[in-house]
Design a protein around this ligand. Structure first.
Ligand code: PLP
Length: 386
């Protein structure tokens, strides 16, 4: 594992050790939904187990699940994926791993929008690729795409652009215009786009997700990866998918079938019900996420020296702490040891991240998030960050 990836798990481990020693630690570091998986999804998996769904399944994943996902892509986004263009994977993690392994060769350059999701970077490196971070541009605190800067970073070695939309850690929901500009670059330079849409259903206010593959000409050059992880609180189930043109899906399948065969069969039965049943559970979770987002943003902005734009989607706040005059790594450590609140340092997510923390507001119930904000107010409000 790269040292960067290890660092990310490091905060969780340090916080867990502190908790084992008896401290009341509030976990705002891990991007893990606090809700339980909705009951109807659990019941479907239990029923499948009871019905003897316990044997090997299809290598590409359960066909009714792939069909249901294909139908959803048409219904929601107007993208005509067929069931054969979808591969069920062990979460986005396996989908993106297979994509990088299948498409990136030694020395190929991969553009990642900075701030980035570092777990993709370690996979790119493993595949032999070179990471080219391209800064997003803060506009009123929201990190936006600057197409000119992306285009300037393209060289003859560029193979893939990684898009995370909505963005972890920045919380940006990219507009159709921004995505269209990226599409033009991909088309002009004949690039593949890995579009990580794991937060596609977690958007707030007027912001709506646009599937990158729905833009004209983009289905052919996009691998869309998503999962049940966040919106259905199914992170431990390990069910996700990749959607792409069939020849590429076959390449990805060669990798997944040789590593895990296929995801757990009864977990896929639960995922099938997640897609086909009414989506009220998602609406409820997003409403609760929005309540916690508003609390966190108001609380952070009330702390002298901290400013935080309102994330448009995801479960993360990315406050700017530059006016506290302490590096993010050091501040995250101090907040954990003094206030017993675990947050991530922004340096894990960006070369410029020393000015930011990443705070997950979806990983603890509302009351615990409120308690964490109160502890931050007390600790940082007293100038303890300095
Ligand atoms: N992609 C992004 C942007 C994420 O934030 C996460 C988890 O935090 C993942 C992928 C991992 O998804 P999964 O658990 O489905 O592998």
């Amino acid at each position: 594992m790269s040292s960067q990836a290890q660092k990310g798990f490091g905060m969780y481990e340090v916080a867990a050790r502190l908790q084992q020693s008896g401290a009341d630690v509030i976990h705002l570091e891990v991007g893990r939904p606090s809700s339980d998986t909705p009951v109807h999804i659990k019941e479907a998996a239990k029923a499948a187990l009871d019905a003897g769904v316990v044997h090997y399944g299809e290598l590409q994943g359960l066909e009714p699940l792939r069909e249901a996902l294909a139908k959803r892509y048409v219904d929601l986004y107007g993208v005509n994926y067929s069931a054969d263009e979808i591969l069920i994977t062990n979460g986005v993690t396996q989908a993106s791993f297979a994509t990088f392994l299948a498409t990136v060769d030694e020395g190929d350059e991969v553009i990642v929008l900075d701030p980035y999701y570092p777990q993709h970077n370690s996979k790119i490196t493993l595949a032999g690729g070179k990471i080219v971070p391209v800064p997003l541009r803060p506009v009123h605190g929201i990190y936006r795409l600057d197409a000119g800067v992306v285009e300037d970073a393209v060289t003859s070695a560029t193979k893939v652009i990684v898009l995370i939309n909505p963005s972890n850690p920045a919380g940006t929901v990219f507009t159709r215009d921004e995505l269209q500009q990226l599409a033009e670059i991909a088309e002009h330079h004949d690039l593949l786009v890995l579009s990580d849409e794991v937060y596609e259903f977690i958007t707030f206010d007027e912001h709506r997700h646009v599937a990158f593959a729905s833009l004209p000409g983009m289905k052919e050059r996009t691998v869309t990866v998503s999962a049940f992880t966040k919106a259905y609180a199914m992170d431990g189930w390990r069910v996700g998918y990749a959607a792409a043109p069939e020849p590429l899906i076959k390449e990805l399948r060669r990798i997944t079938m040789n590593s895990t065969t296929h995801p757990c069969v009864f977990a896929q039965e639960g995922a099938l019900v997640a897609v086909t049943a009414p989506q009220d559970c998602v609406t409820r979770m997003v409403t609760e996420d929005k309540r916690r987002r508003d609390l966190v943003i108001e609380s952070l902005n009330a702390i002298p020296g901290v400013s935080c734009a309102r994330p448009q989607g995801t479960i993360y706040a990315f406050p700017d702490i530059s006016r506290l005059n302490v590096k993010a790594d050091e501040l995250a450590k101090r907040i954990l040891s003094e206030a017993h609140v675990a947050v991530e340092s922004g340096s894990f997510y960006s070369s410029r991240g020393k000015n930011h923390l990443r705070i997950c507001f979806g990983s603890e119930p509302y009351e615990r998030v409120a308690e964490a904000m109160e502890r931050l107010r007390r600790y940082l409000g007293n100038g303890a960050g300095n």
